[in-house]
Design a protein around this ligand. Structure first.
Ligand code: MV4
Length: 669
């Protein structure tokens, strides 16, 4: 077994590989870009080397630098993870030439699977089932039209050098063939520089079922069952599960053996995945083979109890597979979701920013999180915006779904948009529970999955205001009216207003302290509340007209700029963000003296008014700061400022006269 390996990757997969390597007593060398200098995978490694600037082409794709670091550090092998150089045959070749073991398949196997049409030819010869079609070199239009009639409609035209769903065109009937063929060729030459077209019968509702295979250098090859990855969006997997729902032992055996045949046909070694289209009638067809460890490998690990990175390290260090086919367990059901920094309500635009709040579900036998980030990390625009993979396991699919739903509710992230709400909607959808899966799942259930633009939730708004109120109040022991914080008014119940913005709308929440708690009003809607805050957990009861609803929610609070703060309220799987200026409008005035008094002990941070100045009602005359909040002292009416008694930086006592103000005659001060 190796004593030191280099992980030529970043994020969650790098952390995951390091974790297994350390369990095997293998020292790890990390490589990182300037943007990842403080990343988790760098922290976890035994040593780390800078590759270069953030862009992948200047860092994680710099095969020359990675190899040089491997030599310099004495790493005996390189684990490529997935993505980046993991299926790059030139890199695998360069490793061999440099005398460094590439933890992956032999170079010829990578090359053989690199071309989709060549791969299909190899599989066809090996007897692996292919969708009826034509993958040959003859591109004569008349010949292709005749082939199309042989294959039958609907027909799928695929650019031979396309991939990942790009360059595919469905032809529903023969009359459209020629026009669609010309169009497909034009798109292929423009998109991929080659207009070779493959043709296949189009499966209208296939599932994506893939087999995990493993082979060693001694001729052993096994399958570790299947994964269903049908729920995809724009050919990006969103949810993966194992075993595939409604998939019989016979189907598993047939598909697994076909995958092993495929692996053996190309002299495979290491971890590989053979992808199939699984049709409604139970037939399955080879789609492609991935010569790397896949993102979704954890669901296979959860149902077999095997560590696939450990298997990779064993095979790469020339040891035999740990288990025979008949020894591989299949226990329970696992589901994985990919937690992304992206905005489902804005066409899944990748999101960037600081993870200002990150709370994960507890991990144990039933819940696993593979992540490359920690709280306060920046999600950068340079790489895939994956935050983590959340994987659950239970004895059966229904229980696994329940586990996933709860785990998603417990997963709370603020500071960047995430797809957590979308994932919750997916796993909570009746069609998912019924395992009515196919590759069109998301588009079919679009209406249910994309909640209408989320108007701020009234409850979340009230809870955010209550949180802010309690956040600023002194400890419960110090409840005398003189120290009840801001908003205390002589002869009147203390009142505070928060102007909270959510999306494009701003709401003002007026909170009045009462003998039993608070009374909150938004416009003409009022409700009574009692609330307690412990850390980031707000327990609040909102009650009116006889009904009462208790909430226990997490709240994150962040001040991105000196003048604005963000409060995120997590209610079940939803997050409601509110921003507000840290200036709270204080209505504390002592009308009798016509003067404006300090509502609490604090510091004057800004003076806007000057003696003799004419002002309008609501103009900010002076700003105070207390307990990390700013309070705008405003003109209570139109009038004139006679004197200002303090300047910026002055400390003022609760009740001190700040401004001498005269309201216009006839107007109340
Ligand atoms: C197909 C197909 C239906 N019929 N081939 C999409 C990308 C590449 N992996 C192959 N793909 C498909 N090939 C035939 N003959 C439907 C798809 C397909 C798909 C396949 C798997 C997972 C998600 C998909 C989403 C759209 C289309």
């Amino acid at each position: 077994m190796f004593s030191k390996i280099l992980i030529a990757n970043r994020g969650e997969i790098a952390c995951r590989v390091i974790k297994t390597a350390h369990q095997l007593g293998i020292r790890c060398v990390a490589v990182y870009s300037e943007a990842d200098a403080n990343a988790r995978h760098v922290q976890m490694a035994d040593e780390a080397f800078l590759l270069g600037p953030a862009p992948s082409k200047d860092s994680y794709l710099r095969a020359d630098k990675i190899l040089a670091i491997a030599k310099q550090s004495g790493a005996e092998a390189i684990h490529p993870g997935y993505g980046f150089l993991s299926e790059n045959e030139d890199f695998a070749k360069a490793c061999a030439e440099a005398g460094v073991v590439f933890i992956g398949p032999p170079v010829p196997a990578i090359a053989a699977m690199g071309s989709k049409s060549a791969a299909k030819e190899i599989m066809s010869k090996a007897g692996v089932p292919l969708v009826p079609g034509y993958h040959g070199e003859n591109q004569d239009e008349t010949f292709l039209a005749a082939e199309a009639n042989r294959i039958g409609y609907p027909l799928l035209l695929k650019a031979a050098y396309g991939g990942g769903g790009k360059g595919m065109k469905v032809v529903w009937q023969a009359s459209e063939f020629m026009e669609q063929l010309h169009s497909a060729k034009r798109e292929a030459i423009n998109g991929f520089g080659n207009d070779k077209i493959l043709m296949e019968r189009y499966l209208t509702k296939p599932r994506h079922v893939e087999i995990q295979v493993f082979a060693d250098n001694f001729g052993n090859a096994v399958y570790l069952h299947e994964r269903d990855c049908s729920i995809q969006r724009r050919h990006q997997k969103v949810i993966e599960e194992a075993p595939a729902p409604s998939f019989s032992a016979e189907q598993r055996k047939a598909m697994g053996e076909a995958a092993v045949t495929a692996a053996k046909a190309i002299g495979y070694a290491g971890a590989g995945t053979v992808e199939f289209l699984f049709d409604e009638d139970g037939s399955f067809y080879f789609m492609e083979m991935n010569t790397r460890l896949q993102v979704e490998h954890p669901v296979t690990e959860m149902i077999t109890g095997q560590d696939l990175v450990k298997w990779q390290l064993l095979v790469a260090s020339n040891q035999p597979l740990p288990l025979k086919q008949e020894e591989i367990p299949l226990d329970g059901h696992a589901i994985e979701v990919r937690v992304y920094a992206e905005d489902p309500d804005n066409n899944f635009l990748p999101a960037t920013g600081k993870l200002t709040y990150l709370r994960q579900p507890d991990c144990h036998r039933h819940v696993r999180i593979d992540t490359g980030v920690v709280e306060y990390d920046e999600v950068s625009p340079f790489y895939d915006p994956m935050i983590a993979k959340l994987i659950v396991w239970d004895e059966n699919r229904d229980r696994a779904i329940a586990r996933m739903r709860h785990a998603l509710d417990e997963y709370r992230i603020a500071g960047v948009k995430t797809n957590l709400g979308f994932l919750s909607a997916l796993v909570s959808h009746p069609a998912f529970a019924a395992a009515a899966l196919d590759t069109h799942f998301i588009e079919h259930h679009q209406a249910d999955l994309f909640a209408p633009a989320q108007s701020e939730s009234q409850q979340a708004l009230l809870l955010a205001a209550l949180y802010l109120l309690l956040k600023q109040q002194p400890a419960p022991t110090d409840r005398s009216p003189w120290s009840c914080g801001y908003g205390w008014r002589l002869n009147e119940a203390p009142q505070v207003r928060f102007n909270l913005q959510s999306g494009d709308s701003t709401s003002q929440v007026v909170i009045q302290s009462t003998a039993t708690g608070q009374r909150l009003c938004v416009d003409d809607y009022c409700i009574n509340a009692r609330a307690e805050l412990s850390g980031d957990t707000l327990t609040a009861t909102l009650a009116n007209a006889g009904n009462s609803h208790q909430f226990r929610v997490r709240v994150s609070h962040y001040q991105p700029t000196p003048l604005t703060q963000t409060v995120s309220v997590f209610i079940a799987h939803q997050r409601f963000d509110f921003t507000y200026q840290t200036q709270v409008e204080v209505a504390a005035t002592d009308e009798s003296a016509g003067s404006l008094k300090a509502p609490m002990n604090g510091t004057v941070v800004a003076v806007m008014a000057s003696a003799g100045q004419q002002v309008q009602a609501g103009d900010t005359l002076l700003v105070m700061e207390a307990m990390k909040m700013e309070y705008a002292i405003k003109a209570p009416a139109n009038g004139v400022v006679n004197s200002v008694f303090y300047q910026a930086g002055d400390l003022v006592k609760d009740g001190a006269e700040l401004v001498d103000f005269s309201a216009e005659t006839g107007a109340s001060a």
